[in-house]
Write a protein that binds this ligand. Sequence first.
Ligand code: RAM
Length: 360
Amino acid sequence: MRKSSIRRTCAALAAVTSLALAATACGGTTKNDVKDSGGSNAAAGKADPNAATKKGLTVGFLPKQVNNPYFTSADKGGEQALTELGSKYKEVGPSSATDTSGQVSYVNTLTQQQVDAMAVSAQDPGALCTALKQAMTNKIKVVTYDSDTKTDCRNAFVSQASAEDLGRTEVQLLAEQIDYKGEIAILSAAQTATNQNTWIDFMKDELKDPKYKDIKLVKVAFGNDDAQQSFQQTQGLLQEHPNLKGIISPTTVGIKAAAQYLSGSKYKGKVKLTGLGTPNDMRKYVKNGTVEAFELSDPAKLGELAARTAVALSSGQITGKEGETFKAGDMGSFTIGKDGVISLGKPTVFNAKNIDQFNF
Ligand code: RAM
């Protein structure tokens, strides 16, 4: 076989089969040769907290949606951390938050490109599993951030806060604003989104407390992290439920669109709105009396922690097991919790008093 056709065959083989297999058959020096040289602990699948931080790694970020400002900030945080650590950042991803098959293709692309690690925000808990497992078989470390997949389809999950905290506190915020009385609705993102669905389950559980006996959740609507759809869903909620007293929107795109609708309607200040939003998106709605209080953790910090987790995994400092601890630069030390979850911390609650102190 001529050299060029060997190269073509190898490329084709790598595209359709296990990269490790293709690499062996083609005799190339691949990531796999390098990756297993992480010392005896790494070879035995044990974490070595004292292992040196590797440089020159490539970490691919795959957000739920590339044109969502939340992920623009998150991924920027990831890029900055990787640059500081002497590694490379790349980003791929779909423009719609409901393009699960697009996300699968992007996972496969990153695998074919033999990145060292990928940070993925999953649009759906199960859809990416086969592709992510294939990546891990090829010794690529998989971190989910923001929105998880199933636990066996990644090495670790970096969450913006405890899911339970986020779900329960959103109900608490709204309940106070409506005096613990009346109909409420939820305006979510995509119907399959792991993060939103987990938070909603905790919201429903929180609502079981007798102190909320006079609050009734009448509907969960889905705006798919699309501004126009979220705006229309808000309008629809108020048409269908004219007695609605409050809305929780656990998505930055949803809460912004709902605030925009409410602020231009007769419901402004009457129908309360809370959830997860960025201070920069929500500032004007807090100032004009549409929104009292909402919350979020800084997405740039989430991206930074995802990047640092990916590098710690690739360096063999952690494997993703509960109880392992690692240093995340200026962010301090983090300990991996149950099911491989790493939580960034507590979200910040924003209101008229503090919103001007934040710029993200
Ligand atoms: C949207 C996305 C993201 C979520 C934030 C709060 O940008 O749905 O997944 O974490 O909101």
